[in-house]
Ligand binder design. Structure first.
Ligand code: 1PR
Length: 541
């Protein structure tokens, strides 16, 4: 099989990239020292995390001159995400660190006054009728970034670059650039389904470079960021010891029958693939018994990720048990080490539940100071904010008056059992078994300050009820923070997805039971949203 060289300099999920390259019929050889760059014909620079972290690692390992020589020799080079950013002269993210300077200009930050940042999700890469490695105007690509190169018409083109752009809110940014032997994408092609695989193949075969810049005709480009639909699989060991996908009603996952067996809805890897093929924009696995089991011994979950990432080319999130822990043999294992195992096995994001609530409590106890020692801070520092999701399991507490509690209350349209017109949302830990004296607003603000990239907002009252999302909860959380929010719990039909996007500013919507019980497919949900005029990504086969 023909080979491609991948530069191995940062931690992160490169497994998916390897899987994507292999899917295109190529093998990967690792470049592990600057001298090995000279062996590469085709070189790929993947990138995660901070611009400064990436560039200083490359610089201190002595890679920068070798990469420049590779490019100057006219050999094929591809940069992904921070790998694109590295080609510029610098970035506002780390102003003191220099980039490769192959492209003139510096990156700046998305404006978060009117929209959630990071920019996470599926967006266009519109190359204005110029051929750019088989990018297509009707396709969507998976982006996750906070910094971007602002697009000014003609600026890069006058330097000989072919450019594809995306638009987020009122900002148009560079989604991909190419010139001669260089291709770089701000999005992750290895996470962009078939559209992304097509681009990788076009780079590997050299066809993309040959056709670069030619005029192409196609449909008119579609709009910006799509509404993300996420399929969630709660996974746990059943009474027979098998890892199964289960689903609770208000977090009770046992059958209502006398035997009270754990509900078994199917096999995790097969179900993830099914949802990918139905068009799910992301797949989330929550290991819902991990607060009891030590995740280090939980190799089956790692295996599930490995196998899933071979066939599912959209982002994968794994949650459950991400916290500092002690292994069965007494060895201390940090949350960062656990996250690293998951990233190496194919996860793109880790989701932290109980530990995030406890960290938030600590944050307020010490006067809202950060010491860099929480799991959130450590993982986001190493892998970037976008790699850290905090999953919250709140439940309603009704009160008669807005000031009857110190917590952030809302006036609710759904009064409590005694007619109470106000409520607040108490955060729970250990899968809803323990309620803490922390409201959802306190927790999301604290974890945002720690460097969380996204909130997965469940709701115990709504979970498994098929009665629609808790719109009041979602609105309260969206108003409190700038980072994206995934609405979760309660989806029972496609109209519920439409409603949550129409009535709240949620960035994504997650469904579980609706898909597992086979009532609706992800495609049916998306078709419904498209019919209602919402921008969605359809699966490309
Ligand atoms: O605390 O870091 O070990 O993480 C444990 C993780 O497991 C948390 O993310 C927590 O939300 C999750 N979890 C724990 N117990 C349960 C349970 O159900 N007994 N599941 C659980 C959370 C909620 C969603 C569900 C939506 C949508 N399940 O995952 O998918 O509510 O459901 P629906 O569409 O069917 O209404 P840690």
């Amino acid at each position: 099989m023909p080979e491609v060289h991948l530069l191995d300099y940062v931690a992160g999920n490169v497994r998916s990239l390897v899987n994507a390259i292999e899917k295109c019929g190529y093998t990967v050889s690792w470049v592990r020292s600057p001298s090995e760059v000279a062996n590469a014909d085709k070189l790929i620079l993947p990138g995660v995390g901070h611009f400064g972290h990436c560039l200083s690692q490359l610089a201190s390992a002595g890679y920068l001159p070798a990469i420049k020589e590779h490019i100057a020799a006219g050999k094929p080079f591809m940069g992904i995400c921070v790998g694109l950013q590295a080609l510029f002269e610098g970035s506002l993210e780390d102003p003191e660190v220099a980039g490769l300077g192959t492209i003139k200009g510096k990156l700046d930050r998305f404006d978060d006054s009117q929209k959630a940042v990071p920019h996470i999700g599926w967006n266009s890469a519109n190359s204005s009728s110029k051929s750019l490695y088989d990018l297509r105007p009707e396709s969507k690509y998976y982006y996750v970034h906070t910094y971007k190169f602002p697009y000014v018409q003609g600026e890069l083109e006058s330097q000989g670059w072919t450019v594809a752009t995306g638009t987020y809110g009122s900002e148009t940014f560079v989604g991909a650039v190419a010139k001669d032997n260089i291709l770089a994408t701000q999005f992750h092609p290895e996470k962009s389904g078939v559209a992304g695989l097509r681009l990788i193949k076009s780079f590997l075969t050299g066809e993309g470079a040959k056709a670069l810049g030619q005029t192409v005709t196609g449909p008119a480009p579609t709009g910006g960021l799509t509404k993300r639909i996420i399929a969630c699989l709660d996974v746990r060991t059943n009474d027979q010891g098998d890892l199964v996908v289960t689903k609770g009603d208000q977090y009770d996952v046992r059958e209502k029958s006398d035997d009270r067996n754990v509900r078994n809805l199917g096999k995790p890897v097969e179900m993830a693939k099914k949802y990918y093929e139905q068009g799910a924009d992301e797949v989330t696995f929550l290991n819902i018994t991990s607060f009891r089991d030590c995740p280090v011994a939980d190799l089956p979950m790692l295996e599930i990720l490995r196998r899933t990432s071979e066939t599912v080319f959209v982002p994968l999130t794994i949650g459950g048990g991400i916290r500092d822990t002690v292994d069965t043999d007494g060895t201390k294992v940090s949350a960062l080490e656990i996250a690293t195992m998951y990233f190496k096995s194919g996860a793109d994001k880790v989701s932290i539940g109980s530990d995030a609530v406890l960290a938030a409590e600590e944050y307020y106890a010490v006067g809202q100071k950060l010491f860099g020692n929480t799991a959130i801070e450590q993982i986001s520092k190493a892998y970037g904010n976008q790699a850290v999701v905090v999953s919250i399991d709140p439940k309603r507490v009704y009160v008669p008056k807005a000031d009857a509690t110190r917590h952030a209350t809302i006036k609710t349209a759904f009064p409590g059992p005694k007619g109470e017109e106000f409520c607040w949302y108490a955060c729970t830990i250990k899968g809803g078994r323990e309620t803490r004296d922390m409201d959802v607003v306190e927790v999301v603000k604290a974890v945002e300050a720690m460097g969380t990239g996204e909130i997965l907002l469940n709701c115990i009252d709504k979970d498994g009820t098929n009665s629609g999302y808790d719109l009041e909860l979602i609105t309260q959380v969206k108003d409190a923070i700038k980072i994206p929010v995934i609405a979760s719990s309660g989806a029972g039909n496609p109209a519920h997805f439409e409603e949550v996007f129409a009535k709240t500013r949620t960035d994504a919507a997650l469904g579980a039971g609706i898909f597992h019980r086979g009532e609706y497919t992800v495609k049916e949900v998306k078709d419904h949203l498209a019919q209602k005029g919402l921008e969605v990504r359809q699966f490309e086969g």
